[in-house]
Design a protein around this ligand. Structure first.
Ligand code: MTE
Length: 319
């Protein structure tokens, strides 16, 4: 993955927690007027109005962190989505015209229920929850993002995987006409990711369909992407079109590209350096140039919920 120079560091302010908590209250009250009032003009500039829609019926979650969330601007202008270019602001510029509807998701492999579903039907059986998660990128920066999503564990259970299903594999849309970055072979398209069944059914894992109470912006993976907050960001595959229950460890994009640098597990682990840089500390996007980096926490601070998944596994070998 490319690393950015200090000159690329964004200095915009983090949304204050008070403001953000106010925003959450508005979201719960279903007040569109309230939300856009708080948001101000900069909020709408990041994503065209025609692509924005408020999500109804979103409940809050005990899994949310109390840390201040990053601004909508940070979240929508500093992205990795190589289907739309490799620079951090490429997805913001190049994904604006991407039409993410109609969209369908195929579920296949070792499961009792399989099929291809319209996105709207795919998410209908599940509850929408806001999950404010700390996110840590392998490039040693982090953000706090108020996702709206559905529980991946609920999705897995719904499709009834058989005992042969040991892993869940995910694939992004492959459409070089609509995704300009796919015209270059920077990765072996389509983008692929995978989790063990135990990881996929951990209560923390979600499929996100929104951010800040609204539908997911294109640059963040519209209409549906994976969020696994105890792993490095690259596991969070965007623009998902296929979910497969498989018996063998699936191939994953960054592992295929540079296996020495990116493993299958990709758990946030300050003790295992990336071959080219330390993972001990991280820079919080939006915190300002002069704010010192903060210590990276094992499993990104979610150890209580997930450490047991890796009991007995040598995390230096299984990175
Ligand atoms: N998904 C696809 N399809 N293509 C990508 O290039 N980049 C990954 C991940 N998901 C990527 C992807 C990486 S490296 C990161 S850090 C996160 O998306 C960033 O998600 P965000 O832009 O919403 O913060």
């Amino acid at each position: 993955m490319l690393i950015k120079k200090p000159a690329d560091i964004r200095t915009s302010e983090i949304t204050s927690q008070d403001n953000y908590l106010n925003r959450r209250a508005f979201i719960r009250a279903g007040s569109i007027a309230g939300a856009s009032m708080l948001a101000g003009p900069a909020f709408s500039a990041m994503v065209p109005d025609k692509r924005r829609a408020k999500l109804a019926g979103v409940s809050s979650s005990d899994f949310s962190t109390d840390e201040a969330a990053n601004s909508y601007e940070d979240i929508t202008t500093y992205n990795n989505y190589y289907e739309f270019g490799t620079a951090k602001d490429d997805p913001y510029h190049n994904a604006t015209d991407f039409e993410s509807r109609p969209w369908s998701v195929t579920v296949d492999g070792h499961a009792d229920k399989t099929g291809t579903f319209h996105f709207e039907d795919f998410i209908k059986p599940f509850d929408l929850e806001e999950r404010i998660y700390r996110m840590r990128c392998v490039e040693a920066w982090s953000m706090v993002i108020p996702w709206v999503g559905i529980s991946l564990a609920d999705v897995v259970k719904h499709y009834q995987p058989t005992s042969q299903a040991k892993y869940v594999a995910f694939e992004t849309l492959h459409d070089p006409v609509r995704m300009s970055g796919q015209r270059r072979r920077v990765l072996d398209w389509p983008y692929r990711e995978g989790l063990t069944i135990a990881e996929a059914t951990n209560p923390l894992a979600i499929l996100a369909v929104g951010v800040y109470g609204e539908t997911l912006p294109n640059q963040n993976g519209a209409p549906i992407r994976l969020v696994v907050p105890w792993k490095y960001g690259f596991k969070g595959i965007k623009g998902i079109v296929r979910i497969s229950f498989v018996d063998k460890k699936p191939r994953t994009s960054w592992n295929m590209a540079t296996p020495r640098e990116y493993g299958f597990y990709a758990n946030v682990n300050p003790e295992v350096d990336h071959p080219r840089w330390s993972q001990a500390r991280e820079r919080r996007i939006g915190a300002g140039l002069f704010t010192p980096k903060q210590a990276t926490l094992m499993y990104n601070g979610y150890g209580e919920q997930v450490a047991h998944l890796y009991d007995g596994l040598d995390l230096h070998k299984n990175f």
